[in-house]
Design a protein around this ligand. Structure first.
Ligand SMILES: [Zn+2]
Length: 396
């Protein structure tokens, strides 16, 4: 049984959904929300703090939060903001804890849903991406499963369905069906780049400048970069869309919804980094991936695209290679197409800021990104060595 905890500090219980806290919780904080956070960490098997002070966020809590963030592919900072809170909430659900079904508007989200999706996939059904969100496609494939095993196809995971899922569980080796489907989609239409839709997502915007240092704002730098990428994709027959204009700032959920509504083939999210110290520098690229109990889920095509972009940018610039990482950030996870996020240098680092302040440099980065996208759609995509791929050679 779950203890009833007073919902304070911005929490608002809404049926089975919830609104994540608007504020953040970190070391030194106390109160009922901290108690709830510690309770969730404990249930996940993490020592969540000194016993006897169950509502204080102490050093052990900080360590537990970091361990959890590491495990889930979240930003590791020991701070519980909306994203980490959401992760904690989702992680504690086990398949069978609650009756799952499709509910429009407020879908069930959690690790129990991800496990259900994985089992359906393993049996050859298609619940869509294993993202832990009970959407329409999960419902459709669940009904199909129920029909197949002679149950009432009510689209609800009740005791009978749970039993059937358990009995029919089998292990699939080799590439997972979700990876194969992603692959098939990539190669649709002979794998040509022309005719594809690429959605560019410059981070922040409007009042939200993102990082700001050395007279540069992240929102301006990445918007400019997006337009340079757009200018290069057009001549290749690619339809390019942007998630925002120069002065607007949709939130991640709105960006993800827009991406899914457009049915774009790829999503490229563009950011720059900032740090407390001037030392951190370099470029990293992220793709969707997370560690759930007992297994790792990730987007294979997303990883390949992230790797190509990272290699191209590193080969063509003198930015430090901070490598490619799986992340479960909302935008990467909620979008149905392969999605990556490029963090192109630290504005707080003098070297990186000097580079990013130069239009010629941003052109080079744009060219690198476009070359990577082209390579993704080439048969045997990874064969061309980095930095050798010039765009004019591919036209005509
Ligand atoms: Zn950013």
């Amino acid at each position: 049984m779950r203890a009833a905890v007073p919902r304070t500090g911005g929490f608002e219980a809404t049926g089975h959904g919830y609104h994540p806290p608007m504020q953040v919780f970190r070391r030194g904080d106390t109160g009922p929300v901290v108690a709830e956070i510690r309770d969730k960490l404990t249930r996940l098997g993490l020592p969540s703090g000194e016993p006897g002070s169950h509502d204080s966020f102490d050093e052990l809590t900080d360590r537990a939060v970091r361990a959890f963030q590491q495990r889930r592919g979240l930003r590791v900072d020991g701070v519980v903001g909306p994203e980490t809170y959401r992760g904690l909430d989702e992680a504690h659900w086990r398949l069978g804890d609650r009756l799952l079904s499709f509910t429009a508007g407020h879908p069930y989200v959690g690790d129990d849903v991800a496990v259900l999706q994985q089992r359906l996939l393993d049996m050859g059904f298609d619940p869509g991406r294993c993202d832990g969100i009970f959407g329409r496609q999960t419902e459709t494939s669940l009904r199909e499963f129920q029909r197949n095993v002679g149950l009432v196809p009510d689209g609800t995971v009740g005791p009978q369905t749970l039993k059937a899922l358990d009995m029919l569980r089998r292990t699939v080796t080799g590439g997972s069906p979700s990876e194969r489907r992603e692959e098939e989609r990539l190669m649709r239409g002979g794998g040509a780049l022309s005719g594809r839709t690429v959605l560019l997502d410059p981070g922040h915007g409007g009042e939200d400048l993102g990082a700001y240092a050395h007279d540069l704002s992240e929102s301006d730098v990445v918007f400019d970069l997006a337009t340079r990428i757009e200018g290069r994709l057009g001549p290749l027959g690619v339809l390019t869309l942007l998630t925002r204009g120069p002065d607007s700032c949709p939130d991640d959920a709105q960006r993800a919804t827009f991406a899914n509504d457009t049915g774009a083939d790829l999503l490229l999210s563009l950011h720059a980094d900032a740090a407390q110290s001037a030392r951190p520098a370099g470029v990293s690229t992220y793709f969707y991936g997370a560690e759930l109990p007992g297994r790792v889920i990730s987007s294979a095509v997303g990883e390949r695209l992230a790797t190509l972009i990272q290699h191209e940018v590193v080969a063509r610039t003198d930015l430090t290679d901070c490598r490619v990482h799986p992340k479960a950030w909302q935008l990467l996870r909620m979008t149905r197409m392969p999605a990556i996020r490029l963090d192109v240098g630290y504005l707080t680092n003098e070297h990186d800021a000097t580079r990013l302040g130069s239009p010629a440099f941003r052109d080079v980065v744009a060219e690198a990104v476009v070359a990577a996208v082209q390579r993704l759609y080439l048969p045997g995509g990874g064969d061309v060595s980095e930095g050798q791929f010039r765009i004019p050679a591919l036209i005509g």
